[in-house]
Design a protein around this ligand. Structure first.
Ligand SMILES: Cc1cc2nc3c(=O)[nH]c(=O)nc-3n(C[C@H](O)[C@H](O)[C@H](O)COP(=O)(O)OP(=O)(O)OC[C@H]3O[C@@H](n4cnc5c(N)ncnc54)[C@H](O)[C@@H]3O)c2cc1C
Ligand code: FES
Length: 275
């Protein structure tokens, strides 16, 4: 489980997004779009989930792209090519259902752009017409534009400050596309507020909407209950029942609440350990 390559994709005053290639032949052989790994950066660290963004079964590697947020992602960001990860488990979660849906809108926000990449490639190979929308706060935070422009039939960028593409939110483009044409699927990954808004917009036109939820996970295998989320009034575990769910049925407010339960503790631990 050695890191075989590292690239800093984004480095600004407040944001770092890093790409790691990790030797994991068994995971690389089995991984499908939409699945994730649980990893530990060091022996006494916590376990965090990261999406398998790419794989190269010939080389026996998987690619992970993550934004440094708190302790574990910051510790991970300090590792370099040649360093080992303490633990890596996967592939986990249900894979995305890949088939020819027809016309699909793919929405990636922030580091969620990395998470839509494997799904975009697979949906393109299945013959879908893809409108791909990438959104970020500002131009310097955009990732994988070239990689995602390739499979796109229509390619759209939005930034909150208008520094690249159109000024505004990804949902503005989703609403416009839905007004102009009929779509068969919308697939969105990004911050919870973005996925919630996309789901609200698409609900009006009734188009099926799949979101990949970033619930906080502990074991990633259905045992601890930490990642539970309410979907259509039923308790689901994101790690084993998801991570993808019907965006129209998710209890978004409940998810936001659960995701912020440990924020103060996490901030304190991060400050203490990284001092
Ligand atoms: C299935 C799945 C796939 C994921 N894939 C990726 C990926 O490919 N790339 C990536 O960068 N991130 C991904 N995430 C999110 C990633 O797991 C979290 O960013 C990470 O666990 C944060 O850990 P930390 O210790 O660095 O930060 P923490 O100290 O735990 O958190 C720092 C801040 O981020 C918030 N936060 C913590 N966990 C999450 C979360 N899961 N979602 C949103 N906010 C959170 C906290 O409330 C806090 O404010 C994924 C999550 C899931 C469930
Ligand atoms: S992370 Fe423990 S049940 Fe899903």
């Amino acid at each position: 489980m050695k890191i075989t390559a590292k690239e800093v994709l984004v480095q600004t005053h407040d944001t770092r997004i890093i790409k790691l290639e990790v030797a994991a032949p068994d995971i690389s052989r089995k991984a499908k779009p939409g699945q994730f790994v649980m990893l530990m950066a060091c022996p006494d660290g916590e376990r965090i989930p990261l999406t398998i963004v790419n794989k190269d079964p010939q080389k026996g590697t998987v690619t992970l792209i993550f934004q440094e947020l708190g302790l574990t992602t910051k510790l991970l960001g300090r590792l370099n090519s040649g360093d080992p990860l303490f633990a890596l488990v996967g592939p986990l979660g249900h894979a995305t259902e890949i088939k020819n849906y027809g016309k699909v809108i793919l929405v990636g926000g922030g580091v969620g752009i990395a998470e839509i990449y494997p799904v975009a490639k697979a949906l393109e190979e299945a013959g879908n017409h893809l409108e791909i929308i990438l959104g970020s706060r500002t131009k310097g935070l955009l990732i994988l534009e070239k990689e995602l422009e390739g499979p796109a039939d229509g390619f759209h960028i939005t930034t909150d400050d208008g520094s690249c593409g159109r000024k505004g939110f990804t949902t503005d483009v989703v609403a416009e596309l839905l007004k102009k044409d009929k779509f068969d699927l919308v697939y969105a990954v990004g911050p919870v507020p973005m996925m919630k808004r996309v789901s609200l917009v698409t609900k009006e036109s009734g188009v099926k909407t799949i979101v990949s939820l970033n619930a906080i996970m502990v074991d990633g295998t259905g045992m601890c209950g930490c990642c539970r989320v309410d979907v259509a009034g039923k308790t689901q575990f994101s790690c084993v029942d998801g991570p993808e769910f019907d965006g129209h049925l998710v209890d978004w407010d409940g998810l936001v609440k659960r995701n912020s339960v440990y924020t103060d503790k996490e901030k304190h631990i991060c400050k203490t350990v990284l001092q």
